[in-house]
Design a protein around this ligand. Structure first.
Ligand code: MHF
Ligand code: KIV
Ligand code: MG
Length: 291
């Protein structure tokens, strides 16, 4: 009898790269998805290695990279530049890029040309802000092989129309509009829906009523399929005179229960703590981060 040495069980099997079918399967199993914004190759590698499922090249780069006071000045060329950088650094994570202000609103054709530029740069999905009126554009892109993430609630590209960064969908009428918009976007084929600054109960209801949509919350409570934060916010780097930190943010470099002067976690440790907290449902904490 020949004795073949058994291969040692793998300490940690390499995680396969995320793609849209795998994300849908994970969501259907009830796995919470952890998304973070990312703007360059080095952080893409660090966030990916720390377990972030999805990286978003957000137009929030206007705020945190460029120092602008809104996302409106950000251009398509800048989004493509940062998308390429993130695409070079990541391995397993899924990559979504924001269509910036003014590059998709005129027509589905305009949106397609802009989306193509971002997909060429390495995006695996594009994200666009706006209500049911964008459903036609979403369908146009999806039919042409471009996966789409929609974005409802506080849509920062509309800051001057809204008059500030405020909670959306508070009263019954506004909540119904949001639910109708989400339904239209789901029917148009959006795969993901970011819900920003909406009451937790509404985000939970949209998530439960539209199982074909994977919802990603930011200031939307714990009832969504996943969570997203701006990386600089969850590393405790934002704040100061120009950017009051929203209440939905948690600084993951701080260890809960330790004094403020205690040493903080490293970036990889903080990101791993965020991923773990999203997966086990301990972030967000409705009492602290909910609306
Ligand atoms: N660094 C950063 N983080 C973000 O989350 C972010 C950006 N930049 N830039 C684009 C938008 C702007 N965002 C913001 C900005 C401010 C609030 C804010 O101050 N919110 C109040 C809510 C007030 C209310 O109750 O209506 C809060 O205290 O959370 C929220 C989201 C989210 N996005
Ligand atoms: C906060 C997320 C959802 C975003 O759109 C961005 O970072 O631009
Ligand atoms: Mg954005």
């Amino acid at each position: 009898m020949s004795v073949h040495p058994q291969p040692a069980p793998e300490a940690s099997a390499p995680r396969p790269a995320w793609n849209l079918p795998r994300l849908r399967e994970a969501a259907a199993r009830g796995e919470k998805l952890a998304m973070l914004t990312c703007y360059d190759a080095t952080f893409a590698r660090v966030l990916d290695e720390a377990g972030a499922d999805i990286l978003l090249v957000g137009d929030s780069l206007g705020n945190v990279i460029q120092g602008e006071s809104s996302t409106l000045p950000v251009t398509l060329e800048q989004m493509a530049y940062h998308t390429r950088a993130v695409a070079q650094g990541k391995r397993q994570a899924f990559l979504i890029t924001d269509l910036p202000f003014g590059t998709y609103e005129s027509s589905p054709q305009q949106a397609l040309a802009s989306a193509v530029a971002l997909m060429r740069a390495g995006a695996q999905m594009v994200k666009l802000e706006g209500g049911g009126y964008t459903a036609e554009t979403v369908r146009f892109l999806v039919e042409r092989g471009i996966p789409v993430c929609a974005h409802l609630g506080l849509t920062p590209q509309r800051v001057h129309a809204i008059g500030g960064y405020r909670v959306q969908g508070r009263d019954d009428a506004a909540a119904q509009v949001l639910l109708d918009d989400a339904t239209a976007l789901a029917q148009a084929g959006a795969a993901f829906l970011v819900l920003e600054l909406v009451p937790s109960a509404l985000a939970r209801r949209i998530t439960q009523q539209l199982p074909q949509l994977m919802t990603i919350g930011i200031g939307a409570g714990a009832g969504t399929t996943g969570q997203v934060l701006v990386m600089h916010d969850m590393l405790g780097l934002t704040g100061g005179a120009h950017a009051k930190r929203p209440r939905f943010v948690r600084d993951f470099t701080r260890v809960p229960g330790t004094p403020p002067e205690a040493p903080g976690l490293s970036v990889p440790q903080a990101v791993a703590a965020y991923v773990k907290a999203v997966k086990d449902g301990s972030f967000p904490d409705e009492a602290v981060h909910g609306y």
